[in-house]
Design a protein. Sequence first.
Length: 326
Amino acid sequence: MPVSQNVRTAFSAARSAARSALPDPERPGRILTAVERLESTPRLDAALGPLRRAVHALPLGGARDALHGRWLGHAVHPLMVQVPIGTWMSAAVLDLLPGQRRGADVLVGVGLAAAGPAALTGWVDWAELRKPQMRVGLVHAAANAAAVGLYSASLGARLRGRRARGRLLGFAGLAVVSAGGALGGHLAYRQAAAVNHAEQVPAVVGPGWHPIGDMADLPVGEPVRRYVGETPVVVVRETGGQVHALADRCSHMAGPLSQGTVADGCVRCPWHGSVFRLADGWNVRGPATSPQPVFETRLVDGRVEARLILDPDRAHRAVAGSAGPA
């Protein structure tokens, strides 16, 4: 066989082997397949209810909304986990360098001290998720708890002078917390946990005024669903005739606000209890961390029209300067 043909045959075989080693774009990867199975498996369901009730029973009071991140405008848990993960990663680097024992030990300890508050914010968010998200979140939490156990053992070994054992336990803890972090990323980016589920409204609602129905068809003091184009909105008519309209899908987990309850100038989501002020969409109470898109309304020949307020802060400032409900 000529040399050139041998070369072409070898090149073809190598190319075929390389192609077979690449992920198949027509099929999900093994990791994704495994996590998707985790989303749908009922094996963990027996633990979900008791754990959720335990988290709800924690005497957190007003701190619960702070742990959700209502003050920040988005979930605070991803911010909190940066400390333990960052310090443990830095400790692993120092463990590979000579003469850095004290620095590595301090970083392991700082990570352990920060893990508790970070876990608390995660559990508070977890208790307000849907069941497929809770299943993944439970394994995410278990992996992180295992990492805390490994790092605790690592710190103990370091303090007793068993440096090699301490380093090995630290590297094992880093591997486990990395796996837990990957599941956390799946929760956020694949399952949309703790994200704003009303963010798309300004992008899909056209400018200008849109008819949403006859004034006579709106019951007084009760939330009803109407549509601005194809976007559902919750509409509430007050006793004095004023009409309020907000995006209907709750920013927390897309719950239907039109099936909620109205009290004190606010609407309460029927799914997880987030409370939004009708006048400006402000999230008065969590677990929602984002306000609802709000529409201004007007009456034209007996029909109600609505227009999206693109500057919700304007409506919020107007309400803050009035005597409306807080």
